[in-house]
Design a protein around this ligand. Sequence first.
Ligand SMILES: [Zn+2]
Ligand SMILES: [Zn+2]
Length: 109
Amino acid sequence: MRFCPKCNSRMRIKRVKKDGKVVPMYVCVKCGYMEPADKTETLKVVENEGEAIKVVSDDIRTLPTAEVVCPNCGYNKAVWWMAQTRSGDEPPTQFFRCLRCGYTWRQYA
Ligand SMILES: [Zn+2]
Ligand SMILES: [Zn+2]
């Protein structure tokens, strides 16, 4: 959760067109104040069970959340995204990242 530095209202993340690109921005719901959201925490490549997991370099707060149980801490909410792990012939793998402990794991179909 982020609050507007001008009026202290809640800010929302919106995708805003800027310089020909669509970028995530925090937008104040009350006064319309905006600031870029792309300098916030980004996901990095993590090692998991010996395999490097490629993850999106997007703001995790813009990712959808799902109700899944974290295998590390048991928390039931995580963000998820799809990523190509090996060759382009294989279907993309679904990854989850726990919103409490940050543990990242992949979905085994
Ligand atoms: Zn404001
Ligand atoms: Zn967890």
